[in-house]
Every structure is written in structure tokens, then in C-alpha cells.
Design a protein around this ligand. Structure first.
Ligand SMILES: [Zn+2]
Length: 291
């Protein structure tokens, strides 16, 4: 199944819900960063969370999540745009930890204590950034805490990544259910009652459920109104022109210094691990542009 995102409303518009299957997207991130299971799970959850939070973005808009914890993974950064293109990286991708007491990848310990920063760029001069302290480092409830503090709306956030013994991503997905401020209490109570029996989201994805089926499992007794459905993928925004402009921004003196000392330059993109090589001639050419 291809990765996709579905946005919908339910309970006469009092509830809005987004669900996504992100298995290929997270597997692409794993391959690029050669991450180990607990890092893959943490990065996959952050990337899927960023994707789900793009609700309401217009063209050019993007959401960046930064999870800055004191655990062995270091920082985890992901951004997602309105088209469903997501990229992300984790500072220390080759980390391993024992499973937690539930027998699951111990994302909370791997992330540690710290804060979640959410930056919303809607094309204005100054993007808006809000933050909350991490509750558990498991990402899902940290995002729910952010939504409650920034929008005062109760939310349910479920994020899950299942990693195979061969390190590949078996299943990944996420869902956010948000109640609008005037939603009647009994709707929330009903939803809470329903979700007790729902399987973990990564299991639902593994069983072949798409975003629509996942929404129906979480919200079984209501009319679901689908507002949007579109494919999502890992995609970085770097390209050779952007990397050149970064090199140019170093200035003539520093570039000449690199040319003299190294004779060439290699630039690696944090987000996607793509390597850009600049030969002696390339550097000379860039330097002449600065004359
Ligand atoms: Zn890149």
C-alpha cells in the first residue's frame, strides 16, 4: 500500500481527524540515515507527527517539529509541507537500547527529558514557534500536550512504528483526533470508550488498513466526512543550487581557504544525508562569482 494521508470530520463537525500511513516514508528515512530500531521508531513518530499537524496549511506553508531531549538519540528534527512531503533526521541514529517493560522499543528513554518545539510557517515574515516540556518522550502524548497548551483543545494522538528484526520498517502510521472547543462532553466520552479496544496503530497498518479504515476503527459509530486524501512521501528540499548558495554565503575568504587547504569540498545534507561534491574547478568557479 502507498503512503497517504486522509483528513476528515466526524460527529457533525465537532471532531476533526487526520490519519496517515507512512511506512515507505519512514523506511526511506531509515535507509538514508542507516538508523537502528529505536532511532527509526522515534524519527518515524516525529516525521508522522509533523505530517499530521499540517492541517490547514496553504501553499508554501510548513510545520517543523524539534524534539530536543537529553537521551542518547540527541535532537530529532522533522518538517512537513502542505503537499505531504516530509523529511527528518535524528542526531545519533545508531543507538540501541533494551526493550521497555512492555517489550516495545523504548523511545521515551532514548529521547529523554527536554522539550518539543513546533514551528508553523504560513508564509508570513516570522514563523510562529510554540513549545512544551516533554511528558514522556514517546512523542504522541507530547504532541497532544502541545495541542492542548497551544489550542486548548483535547486531542488524541496515536503514532506507531514497527521495525522488523532485519531493521527495515514493517509498518508506520499515525492519527490525530481533535475536538473543537464547543464539542459536547458526551462525544468525547464516547470516543474515549471506543478507543480502549482499538489495536495499536502500527498493528492496524501492518494488517493492511489504510487511513480511512484506521479512522473508522477509532470512530466507529459516526458519519465520517472525508475532506482530503493525498499521497505522502519522504522528500528533501536540498539541491545543488541551494548547497551552492550556502557555500557562497561563507564568503570569498573562507572559500579560498577551503580551496587552498582541501582542494575540494564535500557538503552533506543533515535532513536526507545526500552528499554534494565540489571539485577544485567548482570551487574556483564559485569564488569568481564572489568577485
Ligand atoms: Zn537534503
Amino acid at each position: 500500500m502507498w503512503d497517504s494521508l486522509v483528513r476528515a470530520t466526524a460527529y457533525d463537525g465537532f471532531i476533526r481527524v487526520s490519519a496517515a500511513v507512512t511506512t515507505r516514508m519512514v523506511e526511506e528515512a531509515r535507509k538514508r540515515h542507516e538508523s537502528w530500531p529505536v532511532a527509526t521508531a522515534a524519527l518515524g513518530r516525529v516525521m508522522t507527527g509533523a505530517l499530521l499537524l499540517t492541517w490547514g496549511l496553504k501553499d508554501t506553508g510548513s510545520i517543523t517539529l524539534r524534539v530536543l531531549g537529553d537521551g542518547p538519540l540527541g535532537g530529532i528534527i522533522a518538517d512537513a509541507d502542505y503537499k505531504g512531503e516530509v523529511r527528518g533526521y535524528v542526531q545519533n541514529p545508531q543507538q540501541d537500547l533494551p526493550l521497555n517493560e512492555k517489550g516495545k522499543l523504548d523511545v521515551g528513554t532514548a529521547v529523554g527529558k527536554g522539550a518539543l518545539y513546533v514551528t508553523k510557517d504560513i508564509g508570513l515574515k516570522e514563523p510562529y514557534t510554540g513549545s512544551v516540556p516533554l511528558i514522556s518522550g514517546e512523542i504522541g502524548e507530547d504532541i497532544a500536550s502541545y495541542l492542548f497548551s497551544s489550542e486548548q483543545t483535547p486531542s488524541l494522538v496515536a503514532l506507531g512504528v514497527l521495525v522488523n528484526p532485519d531493521l527495515k520498517v514493517a509498518a508506520s502510521g499515525g492519527l490525530i483526533i481533535q475536538a473543537l472547543p464547543n464539542a459536547p462532553e458526551e462525544i468525547l466520552a464516547k470516543i474515549e470508550e471506543n478507543i480502549k479496544d482499538v489495536k495499536p496503530i502500527s498493528t492496524l497498518v501492518k494488517e493492511g488498513n489504510g487511513p480511512k479504515e484506521i479512522i473508522k476503527k477509532f470512530l466507529p459509530n459516526t458519519d465520517i466526512k472525508i475532506l482530503a486524501e493525498y499521497p505522502v512521501c519522504f522528500k528533501c528540499k536540498c539541491n545543488v543550487e541551494r548547497v551552492k548558495s550556502v557555500l557562497l554565503s561563507l564568503g570569498k575568504e573562507e572559500l579560498s581557504d577551503i580551496l587552498k587547504k582541501e582542494g575540494k569540498s564535500q557538503v552533506r545534507c543533515h535532513f536526507c544525508n545526500e552528499v554534494y561534491n565540489f571539485s577544485k574547478e567548482d570551487l574556483e568557479e564559485l569564488i569568481t562569482q564572489l568577485d
